[in-house]
Structures are given as C-alpha cells and as structure tokens.
Design a protein around this ligand. Structure first.
Ligand code: 5GP
Ligand code: ZN
Length: 134
C-alpha cells in the first residue's frame, strides 16, 4: 500500500518520533503549523475517523489527552488545537487517520475559521435534516 504514514510506522521513512506504544505512533508534522505540531497515528491503517474501530479510537483519543500537556510543556505552549481532517474537502491529505495536536501561543497569528450566516429558516431546516438522519 502506498501510504506515507504506514511507511513511517514500518521504519521505511524517517520521522521525528516523540512517542510509541503497541497501537500508536506520535511524531512531528513535517510541515508544522506551529512548533511542536504532533501527529498521532494508529499503527493499523484506517482511512479516517469514520473507519476507525471504536476501541482503537478510544485508545488514540485517550493518548491524545495524555500527550497534549507534555507536548505543550515541551514547547512552552499555553493552549492547543486537537483536530482531524476527514475527507479531501476537509483538507485531508494523508488518508491514514491522524490526530493533529497543534500547540498554540499568544499572538501566534493563526486565525479561527470564519463564521457564515444562515437564516432562521435554513438553520431550522439543517436541524431537521440532521435530526432525521440520526
Ligand atoms: P492532513 O491534511 O491529512 O490532515 O494532514 C497531513 C499532515 O501530514 C500535514 O500536516 C503534513 O504536513 C504532514 N505530512 C505529510 N507528509 C509527511 C511526512 O512524510 N512526514 C511527516 N512527519 N509529516 C508529513
Ligand atoms: Zn497507512
């Protein structure tokens, strides 16, 4: 399989490893948003959040919680973003699930997503269609 993260896990490609256990690997993002930007990946290949077996998702999420403070402490950050991009339109470039842990600093010049405005009618319709699909 031509998956860059599987190759890193297999040791075929190098990485700046920060943590490893039986089921997961954590390493620095090669093109970091901020210093200390870490990716947490399962050793098993799964495409995205929806494809992850629930027990593995629990482990990875728990690991993200365990590592977040250490990552912040390691680079002197005061906050962090925990995100996962799922699907091309959401910006997913590597189709092997990964949590991004992005340390944040005061005045780091990163901006939150801009908000959009929808009418009350549209908001009610979105609520209805989502509720129906649950
Ligand atoms: P995505 O856009 O899929 O959510 O995030 C993929 C991330 O993987 C990007 O932030 C990108 O910089 C990082 N990345 C891509 N290729 C490599 C690589 O070979 N090594 C490392 N360490 N990170 C990579
Ligand atoms: Zn993979």
């Amino acid at each position: 399989m031509d998956c860059i993260f599987c190759k890193i896990i297999e040791g075929e490609l190098p990485c700046y490893k920060v943590y490893e256990d039986k089921r997961a690997l954590a390493f620095l993002d090669i093109n970091p948003v901020n210093k200390g930007h870490v990716l947490i990946v399962p050793k098993e290949h799964h495409r995205n959040f929806l494809d992850l077996p629930k027990d593995l998702l629990k482990d990875l999420t728990s690991l993200a919680q365990d590592l977040a403070q250490n990552i912040m402490d390691g680079v002197g950050a005061t906050a962090f973003n925990l995100t996962a991009n799922n699907g091309k339109e959401a910006g997913q470039q590597v189709e092997h699930f990964h949590w991004h842990v992005i340390p944040r600093f005061a005045n780091d010049h990163l901006h939150h997503w801009p908000g959009k405005t929808f009418s009350d009618e549209e908001m009610k319709r979105f609520t209805m269609t989502i509720r129906k699909s649950i």
